[in-house]
Design a protein around this ligand. Structure first.
Ligand code: FMN
Length: 203
């Protein structure tokens, strides 16, 4: 079977729509695709590859991190890719993490006030800070590809504690920052990236 699984986690729904777009792009290459919330997935069966997508919610969505950890043995022999939705990213010049190049939505990073002295919020929103736990979840196996994109933030959809966290720590204005062109152009390269097992460690 040559089926790809796009598994996603979401808090307020917008990542589900991104997973849909990612799946659509993959299927344009003649591959069969299942797009499913992580909570519904029991095992990875005989998929040929997996794409795991989730937003930053005080760290990458816990469900997604747990998913990677739970399936780390299977992921030794199944290529996988990761996408991350975020509303704030500090421009630091970082282009990858642990040797894996990262596709960064060019509209997402914002330059810090003073590049030599990042403040708390700017340090918190560095690429490596966001992605290190994802890399650690399957270490030493690494994803074939990682993409990070602007997400959607709507205070009306959130519980009070989530609003408080975003206002205090993230300090981002509400809005839909999803850059569909960037998302689709990353996703269009996934069929090829998932065929490359060069980044997988030997079993
Ligand atoms: C409680 C909470 C915490 C968040 N933490 C971060 C964060 O650390 N960094 C970031 O860039 N965005 C953060 N965001 C923004 C979300 O990642 C963004 O809005 C995402 O697109 C939401 O996806 P969803 O609609 O699928 O839940 C946070 C949002 C919420 C509600």
């Amino acid at each position: 079977m040559n089926k790809i699984l796009v598994a996603y986690a979401t808090m307020a729904g917008s990542t589900a729509e991104v997973a849909q777009a990612v799946g659509e792009e993959i299927s344009k290459h003649g591959l069969e695709v299942d797009i499913r919330p992580i909570s519904e997935i029991k095992d990875l069966g005989d998929y040929a590859g997996v794409v795991v997508g989730a937003p930053m919610i005080m760290g990458w969505h816990r469900q997604a991190l747990r998913f990677l950890k739970r399936h780390r043995q299977v992921l030794r022999r199944m290529p996988f890719a990761v996408f991350v939705m975020a509303i704030s990213l500090t421009q630091t010049g970082e282009t990858g993490v642990a040797g894996v190049p990262v596709f960064v939505d060019e509209k997402l990073p914002k330059p810090p006030g003073d590049a030599d002295r990042l403040n708390f919020r700017e340090r918190y929103a560095r690429l490596t800070k966001y992605l290190r736990p994802i890399i650690n979840a399957t270490n030493p196996i690494k994803p074939s590809s990682i993409g990070i994109f602007g997400g959607r933030l709507e205070y009306g959809r959130l519980k009070w504690w989530a609003v408080l966290f975003v206002m205090l720590v993230i300090q981002a204005p509400a809005g839909d920052k999803r850059n569909w062109e960037a998302i689709r152009s990353w996703a269009a390269r996934l069929p090829e990236a998932l065929q490359n097992e060069a980044t997988s460690a030997p079993v």
